[in-house]
Design a binder for this molecule. Structure first.
Ligand code: HEC
Length: 165
């Protein structure tokens, strides 16, 4: 009930902001009801899910968290699937110059083929870990998990994600 009221207040606040600024926003108001905003929200949420799954896989491979063989293999496979979903979040106009809150650099849209390749690289790295784990268990996949997943994230972030510093 309380949550419901909060949600209504939030919806009313957004509606007020939109009507105050006119469609498309301006000033501090950001129009959240656009394909570009939805793509950004999707992309950032997907990245958080990817980070959690990659963190589990790499954490086990690096000896930082206890190994659960079944979860390791499953998470690697899920990570591969998630990597295949990155492309869906690349709507034009949702870059860091166009949309407040976006850390996706405009270079993504001038070099989309390379971005797709980087997403595919992460997918391949995760698929390799998953298949090695299925065939030979955690130990067979440990090195690939430790060495190949992190660079696949960094390879894309370095060129296409605005850094905080
Ligand atoms: C194909 C490119 C690409 C790959 C591969 C990639 N990322 Fe990202 N990531 C991005 C972009 C672009 C952003 C910025 C998204 C935005 O702000 O709109 C981002 C943002 C993030 C964020 C911040 C999300 C937020 O809350 O705003 C995290 C965390 C993240 N990535 C983790 C990872 C991890 C971990 C991996 C590897 C397992 C990875 N990413 C692989 C492109 C990529």
């Amino acid at each position: 009930m309380k949550t419901e009221i909060h949600r209504l207040v939030a919806v009313a606040a957004v509606a007020f902001t939109l009507s105050a600024c006119g469609q498309g926003g301006g000033g501090a108001g950001v129009d959240t009801d656009t394909p570009e905003y939805r793509a950004m929200a999707y992309r950032q949420a997907l990245m958080r899910v990817i980070a959690f799954k990659a963190g589990r896989v790499r954490g086990m491979a690096d000896g930082n968290i206890p190994v659960d063989e079944a979860e390791f293999a499953r998470s690697a496979a899920e990570l591969a699937t998630l990597a295949g979903m990155i492309e869906d979040g690349l709507a034009a106009g949702s870059d860091s110059d166009s949309l407040p809150g976006s850390a996706a650099l405009p270079a993504i849209w001038s070099d989309l083929a390379d971005v797709r390749q980087r997403a595919a690289d992460l997918r391949t790295a995760a698929e390799t870990v998953a298949s090695q784990a299925r065939a030979g268990g955690f130990q067979a996949a440990q090195v690939a998990a430790s060495e190949n997943i992190g660079p696949a994230c960094g390879g894309c972030h370095r060129s296409y994600r605005q850094s905080d510093d």
